[in-house]
Design a protein around this ligand. Structure first.
Ligand code: B3K
Ligand code: ZN
Length: 869
């Protein structure tokens, strides 16, 4: 009996999309009063509650709570005692249709290691409420379809908390007694509780302003800790550029007089789009050339834009329930991708986006945690902030754009924003607005919202008489025992090239919307070369057997840069997959063709350096693994390294020439200089692959002379893989120089965990005991263990030590930061894809985690699903 009860108590409740019903009570107004303290904050919440006229039943008021107890409860000003607690929630019977409910709670922000709700970080207070953190502050329906107007008063010690911020406009501030002060903020916009934010602390501010398209002046502020102000310029520029771009591209104007950003160092995610008060991980705000790489600059620009764009896609139009998460996240990712492409290089940005999709989303979609972009059920919503919801969600909306064109898409989004402004909407509302505004029919296209899994498309081009005939077919569940015909709507941009001249003869959008389709192109006396899924027009896996000579041709002649890159990648994939499956007999592959094609690209006049840097790198080991039925990480690593060595030695002079040309360009943040650094990094790694000692010498020289973090770090990364004595020297110099700078120290941890040296496992274990390592800071945890799990060759060591170390980490973290702990589970969750020995060890570690009593809901869900329970 005891066991049955235990199992019952442990099995987390499953929340289902089909069970949605509108809220029983609405809360048009919320007034919050905070008496601030790091160890004790008293929260007095006054909720104006009304029965929802759409609901006929007379439910009591149920307010969600998580780990809080009410100190007192008042209804219409009178203390009441007839409330009950159930699973942490407060249930209050209410006689009439409208009441004022006041509740006081007392919380300890310093004890809040989950970093959800109100928590203390570096002597300041800040909040994170999405998805269900508000209920850790006070009792509330805490669901995104309950929208309220918020007034927030906070009071606290003026020296500890000189800055007091919340959403909306500052309406009053002043001093009280005993060195205390207060501020009152009012947000005129209706918002769900997950967008509530409060910050109190000792911060300095970079102030600027932006004039909107209708001529309104908006005060902008980026709040950081003393000493960090100098590093906020890039984020501010990114913010202003985002505001302008959203006006020009989507017609969206900012709607308050103030837009503030606060940067904090302990944060579970990248940033949070709270209305008028975005809270950021410092990592996505702080940058200067001495401490941030070019990639960091791009990350900041993209995340600042993403959070800003949420003001419309997320805040003005929010989600009805959490199953609709992709409504705001998928659309906002698409918007930030478009913005970054506009600010930088469009093809290079597309290559990066596809790399991320393939590295993070494809494995998820093919594994035990696969879910549609609009899931049907969940146990813990925090587990659904996934690459599927975000990145595949963006791809699905991008396909709509591809099919109807920019103008009609804009008419669709205009209608969406008009129709649903101030509402909590659904994915279905979005699709309908695109249909109505964009004058199109997306009936069948909607399958992308309900089906998980990456569709596989097979394409063959044959030549008959004067026609080129393209045969397409699609399947789902490839790699499983029963691949089945599929009926997704798949827009494929194609082009046909003349083999003799390299000219693009025909370009078209072919929409595959049946299990099979044949399209004929007339007027081709000779068989053309097919370029397909150009620009990655659909998030699919192309199964076609491509002639290596055709791929080499496209890598040189395709006029879509993405497709050139793709052809080169495919050539390398075919070679490496063949080499791995032939068990080391990879010489029979396409290595000579790859060498020639890359040589040609390296010699090509006018090819962009940033693009070239992408083009010449083999696909990631994780993505190569995806192409195989059973993954053998050691074999993949060995073959990939072999190809790299071949490229390195056969093209040694060219790498050196490019290296020298790039290194000669003085530092600036201009695109040409950045592109040169990107290529220089790749060239350096090839130089070291051909000759480790020469590479280490060159890298050490670069390390010593560098006047910026990009070159310093790429040199250190190259050194980190070597046995050179200069490696330790450089790591030590770097550590001494940056030991006080948390974000740079994260790089130092991460780079050692990514080292390909045979002793990396021991190094990671030693680093976990380093005085600067802490499990309390999510960035630091990710920098060491996130990097190590990405190090396919070393993490998947046959000893199984890597798996044990990861499981130990998850078990330790689970009690203190469940969200962070659960994020590490999917790595082990891939166990079924690995060869027998590794697979068994990974599974055993999952079992060990599952056996822990009191496992968090977050980790349980991921572990149970990974084990197929
Ligand atoms: N909406 C937040 C993510 C919240 C994650 C909660 N576990 C950041 C973003 O996507 O913009
Ligand atoms: Zn987002």
């Amino acid at each position: 009996m005891a066991d049955v009860q235990k199992t019952f108590a442990q099995a987390p409740t499953i929340i289902r999309r089909e069970d949605y019903s509108p809220p029983a009570w609405l809360v048009p107004d919320v007034a919050l009063d905070f008496d601030l303290g790091l160890a004790s904050t008293k929260v007095h919440a006054r909720l104006d509650v009304r029965r929802n006229p759409d609901r006929a039943d007379r439910e009591p008021l149920r307010l969600k709570g998580d780990g809080i107890t009410p100190l007192d409860v008042l209804v219409d000003g009178e203390k009441v005692n007839d409330w009950q607690m159930e699973d942490g929630d407060l249930i209050l019977p209410l006689p009439a249709d409208a009441h004022h409910v006041s509740i006081t709670t007392d919380i300890n922000p310093s004890d809040n290691t989950q970093l959800m709700g109100l928590f203390a970080t570096n002597g300041m207070l800040c909040t994170q409420c999405e998805a269900e953190g508000f209920r850790r502050i006070t009792f509330h329906p805490d669901r995104p379809d309950v929208l309220s107007r918020y007034t927030v008063r906070m009071e606290g010690d003026a020296r500890t908390f000189p800055v007091l911020l919340s959403n909306g406009d500052l309406v009053e501030e002043g001093e009280t007694e005993n060195g205390r002060h207060y501020a009152v903020w009012n947000d005129p916009h209706l918002k769900p509780s997950y967008l509530f934010a409060l910050v109190a602390g000792d911060l300095v501010v970079n102030r600027d302003h932006f004039t909107t398209m209708s001529g309104r002046k908006v005060d902008l502020g980026i709040f950081v800790r003393e000493g960090d102000l100098e590093r906020t310029g890039h984020a501010m520029t990114a913010l202003k550029n985002s505001m302008k771009w959203d006006e020009e591209t989507y017609g969206r104007e900012y709607d308050l007089d103030i837009f503030n950003i606060v940067a904090v160092s302990d944060f579970n995610m990248g940033a949070m789009e709270n209305k008028g008060l975005n809270i950021f991980n410092t990592r996505y705000i702080l940058a200067d050339p001495d401490t941030a790489t070019d990639n960091d600059y791009d990350g900041i620009e993209g995340v600042v834009a993403h959070e800003y764009f949420h003001n419309w896609s997320g805040n003005r139009v929010t989600c009805r329930d959490w199953f609709q998460l992709s409504l705001k996240e998928g659309f906002t990712v698409l918007r930030d991708q478009q913005f970054s492409a506009h600010m930088g290089s469009e093809p290079v940005k597309r290559i990066e986006d596809v790399r991320i999709l393939r590295a993070a989303q494809f494995p998820e979609d093919g594994g035990p945690l696969a879910h549609p972009i609009r899931p049907d059920s969940y146990m813990e919503i925090s587990n659904f902030y996934t690459a599927t919801i975000y990145n595949k969600g963006a791809e699905v909306i991008r396909m709509m754009l591809t099919m109807i064109g920019a103008e009609r898409f804009r008419q669709g989004t205009d209608l969406y924003f008009d129709r649903h402004d101030g509402e909590a909407a659904t994915c279905e509302d979005f699709v309908r607005a695109i249909e109505d505004g964009g004058k199109t029919d997306l009936t069948q296209f909607r399958r992308w919202y309900s089906e998980a899994g990456t569709p596989h498309v097979a394409a063959t081009l044959s030549h008959q008489g004067d026609s080129a005939v393209l045969k397409l077919s699609q399947t789902k569940g490839a790699g499983t025992e029963e691949p089945a015909p599929s009926e997704m709507v798949i827009p494929l941009r194609i082009a046909l090239f003349d083999r003799a001249t390299g000219r693009n003869l025909r370009e078209e959008l072919v929409v595959l919307d049946a299990p099979e389709k044949t399209v004929s192109f007339d007027g081709f006396a000779e068989a053309p070369v097919l370029s397909i899924n150009r620009g990655f027009s659909a998030p699919i896996i192309l199964d076609s057997r491509r002639d290596p000579a055709d791929l080499a041709f496209l890598s040189a002649h395709d006029d879509d840069p993405f497709s050139r890159f793709e052809a080169m990648q495919q050539l390398m994939i075919d070679h490496l997959v063949g080499a791995v499956s032939q068990d080391g007999a990879g010489d029979s592959g396409h290595a000579p063709l790859i060498v020639d094609s890359i040589a040609a690209a390296l010699d090509e006049e006018g090819i962009g350096r940033a693009f070239l840097a992408e083009m010449v790198q083999p696909p990631a080991e994780s993505f190569l693994g995806e192409q195989m039925l059973l993954i053998d990480p050691a074999a993949i690593h060995a073959e990939r390294a072999r190809l790299r060595t071949t490229l390195a030695t056969s093209l040694q002079d060219r790498w050196q020439a490019h290296y020298d040309a790039c290194a000669a360009i003085p530092f600036s943040l201009e695109p040409e200089a950045r592109a040169a650094r990107r290529l220089q990094t790749v060239a350096l790694s090839y130089i070291a692959a051909a000759d480790e000692d020469a590479g280490a010498d060159l890298a050490f020289g670069q390390f010593e002379q560098a006047n910026n973090m990009t070159q310093r770090l790429s040199a250190l990364a190259t050194l980190s893989h070597t046995q050179s004595p200069k490696r330790e020297a450089a790591l030590d110099i770097f550590y001494q120089r940056y030991r006080e700078d948390a974000l740079v120290l994260d790089k130092w941890f991460g780079l050692q965990a990514l080292s390909l040296r045979g002793d990396t496992m021991e190094a990671v274990r030693a680093l976990s005991q380093h005085p600067d390592f802490t499990l309390k800071n999510p960035n630091r945890v990710r920098s060491l263990y996130g990097s190590f799990t990405a190090n396919q060759a070393r993490f998947h060591d046959l000893s199984g030590e890597g798996y044990r170390m990861l499981a130990d980490l998850i078990l330790t973290l689970d009690g203190q930061n469940a969200q962070l702990a659960a994020r590490f589970v999917p790595t082990l969750g891939r166990w079924r894809r690995f060869e027998e020995q590794r697979s068994a060890m990974m599974r055993a570690e999952l079992e060990r985690i599952a056996d822990k009593p009191d496992l968090s809901k977050d980790t349980s869900e991921q572990v149970l699903k990974s084990l197929g329970r």
